[in-house]
Design a protein around this ligand. Sequence first.
Ligand code: FDA
Length: 392
Amino acid sequence: MQSFDVVVVGAGAAGMMCAIEAGKRGRSVLVVDHAKAAGEKIRISGGGRCNFTNINANPTNFISTNPRFAKGPLRRYPAKAFVALVDSYGIAWHEKTLGQLFCDETAKDIIAMLLAEMKAAKVQLRLATAVAGVTKTATGFDLALPGGAVSCASLVVATGGKSIPKMGATGWGYEIAAQFGLPLVETRPALVPLTFEVGALEKLKPLAGVAVDAVVACGKTRFTEAMLFTHRGLSGPAILQISSYWREGQEITLSMAPSVDLMAAMKLAKTTRGRQAVATVLADHIPKRLAQMVAEDEGALGNIADLPDKVLTRVDAAVNRWTVKPVGSEGYRTAEVTLGGVDTESLDPGTMQARDVSGLYFIGEVVDVTGWLGGYNFQWAWSSGWCAGQAV
Ligand code: FDA
């Protein structure tokens, strides 16, 4: 039986980072993945340009039963460490917005960098390789692979979450956690477009393609980002962000001209441009199509000077305090990430090793640490992978 110091299951962001670090420490490392190519989610991320980190990443940007868990890994391998690696390969990048760093050219540059680092660290990579089973031995683990069993002292589970099954996402990591008695935090799709009941959808359909900068709130959580009307409902960064906090039955509140005192603007317009329609006045602050729909919905037609303030109050509320109740989300099919996963209580944040199963490690998205939209999830993958790489 072939023997390795370390076997990493999952050649995604976290798995490759862990393998590189372990290989650099002189460990013999095998990475297996059932996909035909490594880093497939990196390839499609950030619209093909990979939002590879966020320079402001800190534990407050993560959702977890224990958000403090991410603190140590993020401190030990911060965003600037990954940026230094990217720079050492001469990969050009830019900050798009809110600390989000993207490749200038293509996400493939990040994959090529990781593969080059793995090669330099003498890491073996076996693609199109599914693990049929794992058993614990006195010295580590045996893995049943198509070409024959392999043994290892350290087994690293880096199989990601359930998002986008079409790309090879499986619940394998959760099954291994359950096999070894680790508790799981219930999973659910996150960073995902929300859906609405058919009637509401019909009403919103004419707005498909309209984008606004909005404040979107659910309970006490709020995000200020772009929002997009689509044929299927609402999407865009603001909606994806709030989807991670929204739960069935809850309403979300949207402010589509958050920096404008619309009521004051409309009252002023009554005296200074009274012959104009409300939609025309609104169009100074929100897209024209949206302005027209709001004015029609609220019966705010005719000259603005002729409309009572109570109608304008309704218009103001429709734009800046619009409350909607999603019926669901598009689910794992389109979700960027998976909330929940292996309970952090069962892992050591210094090493990512299971507290009660020596030699078993969980890193990346399979762990109950989920970042906001904006490069945080890759940073978690790099940081947690790096920590495990120092320990295996
Ligand atoms: P990841 O999913 O990357 O890798 C897991 C690997 O395990 C895969 O290669 C898979 O094939 C393999 N695997 C799964 N089950 C297996 C099994 N049973 N046997 C063998 N192998 C198995 N984040 C961010 O920070 N910035 C961004 O720009 C984006 N953009 C983005 C776009 C889209 C469309 C998606 C879906 C997601 C993002 N993300 C993102 C999220 C980010 O991609 C995600 O959080 C990381 O890839 C997680 O890294 P992991 O290594 O944990 O899992």
